[in-house]
Design a protein around this ligand. Structure first.
Ligand SMILES: C[S@@+](CC[C@H](N)C(=O)[O-])C[C@H]1O[C@@H](n2cnc3c(N)ncnc32)[C@H](O)[C@@H]1O
Length: 253
């Protein structure tokens, strides 16, 4: 049976797509394995609950608790840290102003700080004690700039605590901030408040339930979104985003 040329093209495209899919799966598996190898656990059980990580040429120890979402390190944070470390030329953080929202135990803030950034690590008030402890322990005498730990409850007192006129962030970082919680409107408001025309948002999103996943569509009403890595085996996508029309706004008149 002879194939027509359009049938032939169709089959060829299908084959290319299948090979790309297999290649993507292999890459996903390999990189995820590499990311997970950065985590290690204490050899001895002690009274302190900690996990270790290797990023940016340092051994990082993170004290965890088990009583709330922000008290453990989530895989999205590892994905973002790995990206920062392996793309440190393209995304050079030295002397850049970085804010992390929903920092939790602080791993992303710590890695950004070890890579040279001026970091503000933020979260809810009840998380700040452990966050401060982790940040200090891992950056003191190691980082160029000492990070600052500050309360930022999404949507609350934004102008008072982070005035638009004086706060300028080169990067906003966020790992696993979208899940089943009632503050998605406030989260969007927070991104909107902190983001200037030249701010780059690096956001690792863990896809879970349909309802929360829709946040991505709402996010795209304000920001241009670009997928920079995707790990289907973890249901995590790393996005880069900038305020919509920011390119136009940056052009001289
Ligand atoms: C799933 S944890 C992720 C923590 C950390 N980014 C990580 O990936 O390991 C979500 C974080 O968002 C913070 N969070 C939740 N609701 C918040 C709110 N309304 N305002 C500020 N932070 C909030 C939690 O305290 C927690 O640290």
């Amino acid at each position: 049976m002879d194939l027509t040329s359009s049938q032939h093209n169709y089959l060829q495209n299908e084959l290319v797509r299948e090979l790309e899919r297999q290649e993507g799966e292999k890459e996903d598996e390999q990189i995820v394995a590499e990311i997970m190898r950065r985590r290690f656990f204490p050899a001895l059980i002690t009274h302190e609950n900690w996990e270790g990580f290797h990023f940016a040429g340092h051994e990082i120890r993170i004290t965890e608790a088990t009583d709330c979402y922000g008290a453990v390190v989530w895989p999205s944070a590892l994905v973002l840290c790995y990206f920062l470390e392996t793309n440190s030329k393209q995304y050079n953080l030295v002397d850049k102003n970085v804010i992390e929202i929903g920092a939790g135990t602080g791993l992303v803030s710590i890695v950004a700080s070890l890579l040279g950034a001026l970091v503000t690590a933020t979260d809810l008030p009840e998380l700040l004690g452990n966050l401060q402890h982790n940040v200090l322990r891992n950056t003191k005498l190691k980082s160029k700039h000492q990070p600052c730990v500050k309360e930022l409850s999404w949507g609350i007192d934004l102008e008072k605590n982070f005035p638009r006129s004086s706060c300028h962030f080169d990067y906003i970082m966020a790992a696993d901030v979208v899940y089943h919680h009632p503050f998605l409107d406030e989260l969007l408001l927070t991104f909107d408040h902190l983001c200037k025309n030249d701010t780059v948002i690096l956001w690792a999103m863990k896809f879970r339930l349909e309802k929360e996943n829709k946040f991505v569509d709402r996010f795209q009403t304000l920001f241009d979104l670009e997928m920079i890595s995707n790990f289907p085996s973890l249901n995590i996508t790393l996005y880069k985003a900038m305020r919509k029309d920011s390119m136009k706004a940056n052009l001289p008149n």
